[in-house]
Design a protein around this ligand. Structure first.
Ligand code: PMP
Length: 460
């Protein structure tokens, strides 16, 4: 213990270690429980990142842990492959019970990006068309198919050529979407109902209309619920906010219970069968570890905790309280532009302030990197208040939180009071926070000379 960062520096991702040291995130955590991480001295850190929404139920949840122990102790047959295992059948049944009636058939895989890859293939097989249309600013994963439809260029640079048959549209622009759909070669339009990068969502019925256009032109409508699903936004699935009826949804992250990776694609029986269309195609899309018992047990335990602890209701209630407390920040701090929140998926966007000294400091930072101000907020949140939050994406003045859905007012108060304090210090342009900002600038400039890229933060 304590060799963590040097081991990674030697054998894993040196650049990431460099970034973590630069931004002061090089902590050594030794224990975790619920919404808290602990260091060797016993200090508690409020985890408002939840492993990027893996820990919707908090860390080391006793029910998930017990389910894993039970399954291990049962010495079950596992991954026989040429059988039908019970636990995967049970998890599929449980997932079908919490989704709309058109989603009856489940495919299990191991990660978010794998679920998206499968959804692309299912859509192509079902429609006989090639093109996948997605939204600007979207994030669907980093394997080549998912990356090809990810609308965030900072992830695609250097990895081309990607899939050719794609299309990118602006959220809200129905005309461009329709012009693409009209051509007749679009297999699917895929959206995150609430975009992870920046926490963006339409304020009107854009999704409803987009879905109607998909129906009109024979394209499938896919909702990527990998981050938003299973309660995150105060509904079981985020598409429920707009009463959508997706043809396919993708799930991952928190279905794992935070223990064993688990992803799923859900669709109609009709669409599903277009992929597995003949006896010789019965495993034409498959993955070795897809239905393994430990992952299935985690999924089953997760769904039962969601129900028994009324997690979705808590998310809506605590998210409401968080929203109320953050709303006050907009008037109180000149840097705060907007708060965007759905359930416990929340972003705070910053803006250039009117005050001359603050404006100059802001401009200086932004000539170097648009993400540095957000990092300047997130770093003291951790160092001064022991609250773990993240920058919301590359090149944006936005911070983001994804707290466990089990939190209460106490955790919300600690975060909001911490943020209030940090934003108060941000007004002192000769104070330690802007010193930190200047430090980031010099590190970023040095790193560019070495032709390595220091991102604004370690947020995925
Ligand atoms: N889609 C969305 C909406 C996501 O948020 C993510 C993960 N951040 C992915 C896909 C990719 O998931 P994974 O990292 O498990 O491949």
């Amino acid at each position: 213990m304590g060799e963590n960062y040097s081991l990674h520096e030697q054998h894993i991702n040196q650049t990431l270690v460099n970034v973590q040291r630069t931004i002061g995130f090089d902590k050594v955590y030794v224990r975790a429980e619920g919404a808290y991480l602990f260091d060797a001295e016993g200090n508690d850190y409020l985890d408002f990142l939840s492993g990027y929404s893996v820990y919707n139920l908090g860390r080391n949840h006793p029910v998930i842990k017990k389910a894993l122990h039970d399954v291990l102790d049962m010495d079950l047959p596992n991954m026989v492959q040429l059988d039908c295992s019970l636990l995967s059948g049970l998890l599929a049944e449980a997932l079908v019970a919490i989704t709309p009636p058109q989603l009856q058939a489940v495919f299990f895989c191991n990660s978010g990006t794998e679920a998206v890859e499968g959804a692309i293939k299912f859509a192509r097989a079902a429609t006989g068309r090639a093109r996948i249309v997605s939204l600007e600013g979207s994030y669907h994963g980093l394997s080549l198919g998912s990356l090809s439809i990810t609308g965030t260029t900072s992830f695609t640079e250097g990895f081309g050529p990607l899939l050719a048959d794609v299309g990118l549209v602006k959220m809200g622009d129905l005309d461009v979407l329709e012009s693409l759909l009209k051509v007749g070669d679009v297999a699917a339009f895929i959206v995150e109902p609430v975009q992870g990068k920046g926490v963006k969502y339409p304020k009107d019925d854009y999704f409803q209309q987009a879905q109607a256009l998909c129906r009109k032109y024979g394209a499938l409508f896919i909702c990527d619920e990998i981050q938003t699903g299973l309660g995150r936004t105060g509904k079981m699935f985020a598409f429920e906010h707009w009463n959508l009826e997706p043809d396919i949804i993708t799930i991952a992250k928190s279905l794992s219970g935070g223990y064993v990776p688990c992803g799923a694609i859900m669709t109609s029986r009709e669409i599903y069968q277009k992929t597995f269309s003949r006896l010789d195609r019965c495993v034409v899309h498959s993955t070795t570890f897809g239905r393994n018992n430990l992952a299935m047990a985690c999924g089953l335990a997760t769904l039962s905790v969601l129900r028994d602890e009324q997690i979705v209701r808590n998310t809506e209630a605590v998210g409401g309280y968080l929203g109320q407390r953050l709303a006050v920040m907009t008037g109180r701090h000149p840097f705060v532009k907007e708060v965007r929140i759905k359930g416990l998926m929340c972003a705070i966007e910053f803006q250039e302030p009117a005050d001359l000294a603050m404006k100059m400091a802001w401009k200086f930072l932004h000539t170097i990197d648009r993400g540095l101000f957000s990092q300047m907020i997130v770093t003291p949140l951790l160092s001064r208040h022991r609250v773990l939050a993240m920058v919301a994406g590359h090149n944006m003045d936005v911070i983001k939180i994804l707290p466990p859905l089990t939190i209460g007012k106490r955790e919300v108060d600690r975060f909001v009071d911490g943020l209030d304090d940090v934003l108060g210090h941000a007004r002192k342009v000769h104070g330690p926070m802007w010193e930190l900002g200047r430090n980031f600038v010099s590190k970023a400039l040095k790193s560019r000379k070495r032709r390595t890229n220091v991102p604004a933060g370690a947020g995925a």
